[in-house]
Design a protein around this ligand. Sequence first.
Ligand SMILES: [Zn+2]
Ligand SMILES: [Zn+2]
Length: 243
Amino acid sequence: MFVFADYHTHTTYSHGKGSIEDNVKVAIEKGLREIAISDHGPGHMGFGIKRKKYKEMRNVIDQLNVKYNNINILLGLEANVLDIEGNIDIDEEMMEYNDILLVGYHFGSKPTKLYRDLLMHFHNYRSSKSDYSYKKVKEINTISLVNAINKYSIDLITHPGAKGPIDLFEVSTNAKNNNTALEINSSHGHLTVDEIKLSMNVKGLEYIISSDAHIPTDVGNFSKAIERAELSSLDISRIRNAE
Ligand SMILES: [Zn+2]
Ligand SMILES: [Zn+2]
């Protein structure tokens, strides 16, 4: 299996360690044909990008696309799903600059309703240790993602289930109906082999393999994700960036 594109990479615009060009150079060295710079959405309190910097990122990428003609460079965003209504942290101006939209749930995204959403973060954080939190938050997480998928034109759901439990079948069905792919993330353990096997039952659902690199040398590091895709016997035709 050859994965020819890495659509999930971070830079110093959020909490990655390298520049956009550093990521691009590594991608070229590894023979990738396409890369996206998908830093964290501005709604994250710890490491979201500055909203006003998004235009600058667009300009840098436009210049690099002229400089390097052997790779296609896209401006992405790993937007945060913020609440049960499925709102995400991208505005109309950012949407105009954006080439590929990734959405994931992260602890530390800004609440849209203070008490309610802080409670959601709390239960997600506790969900691996407490049955009560697990049950309480699984439904909220599922509805949040399903609403986001139906509200926006999302290309990829990042590390589904990694930061809190979800009803994967429900998310997969809605993703398939909206042409949204699910991520097999090489840095986080999700989707796991069992999760790939379960979601595969949703006919027509597609996947994207990504590195989620936070340092340039990790760009194009797909080995753990490829291993999980192969162990689950996922048909390669269902992986959008593999051949
Ligand atoms: Zn993430
Ligand atoms: Zn990420």
